[in-house]
Design a protein around this ligand. Structure first.
Ligand SMILES: Nc1ncnc2c1ncn2[C@@H]1O[C@H](COP(=O)(O)OP(=O)(O)OP(=O)(O)O)[C@@H](O)[C@H]1O
Length: 259
């Protein structure tokens, strides 16, 4: 994407963003409200950019026809995804396969494969409303990966997963990336990024304030940055110059002065 601007009403959220998603696994970090979901919705072609260019799979996305063409190759797990509670888990994933135009003769095996990948094969016939929060998340991941999309956009995929499932999830996205998918995931769990991602982007004030490897982010750590690991301190250090961080500090100082 080039000089991409996105926002709501009169308020910009993403400003003049130049970004190229690399093959492999990219982690997207940023504080609440930084614009991660807004960026995902733009990449998933749900919200057209306000200005600037979106290019996917080597070609610009400008028309409805382009949108339809690229959507077949994108798997998107929104933060809060909708589903019919009475659908079985299989029906839900299969429906998502149909939405993405996975060929009918492949849909059944692709659905089975996706459910097995997230460890839900034994719950395939259960109704969506009977799943626990973590299982529901895994059903969402299955729906995003069904049919092996080239670009996977996962908005906070590990929320609600237990530690063993988080490890399985990392293995899953590593194998999808090895098979050629570009995976982008947002998270507030800095350790997930350190463990699984090749590249880490930090969004702050609607801009990318860091782009590099997790190790390069850890190297930006400063002695005064808060955090319990070099990666957390590096993350906090790169955010410390942003408007959001400065206004939080000012609010804290004002509170201290008032006491
Ligand atoms: N539909 C909307 N209408 C108006 N403003 C919105 C809308 N969706 C998001 N925003 C605003 O845009 C900004 C970015 O929101 P966004 O959800 O993209 O952030 P985020 O980085 O995903 O946050 P979080 O980590 O909390 O999920 C926020 O200030 C939010 O209030």
């Amino acid at each position: 994407m080039t000089a991409l601007t996105q926002g709501y009403g009169g308020r910009p959220v993403i400003e003049e963003l130049d970004l190229s998603i690399q093959p492999g696994i990219t982690g997207l970090l940023g504080p609440n409200g930084a614009g991660k979901t807004t960026l995902f919705r733009t990449l998933a072609t749900i919200t057209p950019p306000r200005s600037g260019g979106l290019e996917l799979f080597g070609t610009p996305v400008t028309s409805e026809r382009d949108v339809r063409r690229v959507r077949r190759r994108i798997g998107y797990l929104p933060q809060d995804f909708g589903y019919y509670p009475a659908f079985s888990v299989t029906d839900f994933v299969r429906y998502c396969a149909w939405l993405r135009e996975v060929p009918a003769k492949r849909a059944e095996s692709a659905t089975k494969e996706a459910l097995a990948s997230v460890g839900l094969a034994d719950r395939a016939r259960d109704r969506m409303k009977s799943l626990s929060g973590g299982m529901l998340r895994r059903a969402g991941i299955a729906a995003a990966i069904v049919g092996s999309p080239s670009l996977l956009l996962l908005d906070e995929p590990t929320v609600g997963l237990d530690p063993a499932q988080r490890l399985d999830f990392r293995d899953l996205i590593r194998s999808l990336a090895r098979a050629g998918a570009a995976v982008v995931l947002s998270t507030h769990l800095v350790e997930d990024v350190g463990a699984a991602c090749d590249t880490v982007l930090v969004l702050g004030d609607g801009r990318v304030v860091h782009s590099g490897t997790p190790r390069q982010l850890a190297e930006r750590s400063t002695p005064e940055a808060p955090g319990d690991s070099p990666l957390e301190r590096g993350y906090m250090a790169v955010l410390s110059g942003t408007r959001r961080s400065r206004s939080a500090e000012e609010a804290e100082e004002a509170e201290e002065a008032a006491c």
